[in-house]
Design a binder for this molecule. Structure first.
Ligand code: PEP
Length: 250
């Protein structure tokens, strides 16, 4: 782990205002950790969480992010949110290309790339997700799928920008199935090789692993070659769990 690990919690479509104390408890843990911590709540909570974190004494180390954004800054797009709107509500980061967007909303890599440009335009730091399905892995297509997703979802405009890539095998998300160490390391090395060949950034991107990360496996996953952060879904909803994952990064 060459850099401070990035521990990111994706709340997905979970959380009402009564979840704010959970985020404050995560802030308390983040203040005692060397990890970079980010929370991606539903957009309806961004502003309230940002206000609550800013109301605490001293700057909060917890950064907030959106879970998706539209490629345009504004317009007639009912139900969508622009990167600028997320930023205005307190976001500093945004998750793009999550498998639940790629598969549930039929988002193509080209759309993820356009959204990445929008994030950069608004000054948001993107985490771009890639990952193969179980069928693709079983057909031996993992490398081809990851390479295509990297090539087509990451625009060249990322050169010189701060961004992150999360490897999230679709079959590991929310299932309790975690890939073998070799499978994780293999994917991480593929990603890092791709990034090194295409981008020459001063800030080397974090490569995150995501998929059924729990308090009990976080430390081990973080010890694997190439894993310099975790993207956590279900186990990021409760401070009791997420704080143990933050502590695993120390
Ligand atoms: C995710 O959705 O990004 C994720 C990794 O979910 P979970 O940790 O619940 O598998």
């Amino acid at each position: 782990m060459p850099k401070h690990p990035l521990i990111a919690g994706n709340w997905k479509m979970h959380g009402l205002r009564d979840a704010i104390p959970e985020a404050l408890a995560m802030d308390t843990a983040a203040r005692q950790s060397r990890a970079s911590v980010a929370i991606f709540p539903p957009s309806t909570l961004l502003f309230a969480l940002s206000e609550a974190l800013n109301a605490r004494p001293g700057p909060s180390p917890v950064r907030l992010g959106g879970q998706d954004c539209h490629k345009d800054a504004q317009g007639a797009f009912t139900g969508d949110l622009s990167a600028e709107m997320l930023k205005d509500a307190g976001a500093e980061m945004v998750i793009l290309g999550h498998s639940e967007r790629r598969h549930g909303h039929k988002e193509a890599c080209e759309s993820v790339a356009a959204k990445t440009l929008a994030a950069l335009r608004a000054g948001l730091e993107p985490i771009i997700c890639i990952g193969e399905t179980l069928d693709q892995r079983q057909e031996g297509l993992t490398h081809a799928v990851l390479s295509k997703q990297l090539r087509d979802s990451l625009p060249l405009a990322l050169e010189g920008q701060t961004f992150h890539v999360a490897y999230e095998p679709v079959w590991a998300i929310g299932t309790g199935h975690v890939p073998t160490d070799d499978q994780v390391i293999d994917a991480m090395l593929l990603i890092q090789k791709h990034l090194a060949q295409r981008f020459h950034n001063q800030v080397v991107p974090h490569t995150l692993y995501g998929g059924s990360v729990k308090p009990d496996n976080a430390r081990h996953l973080l010890s694997l070659d190439g894993v310099d952060g975790l993207l956590v879904g279900g186990a990021s909803l409760k401070a009791e769990d997420f704080n143990r994952i933050i502590a695993a990064a120390d």
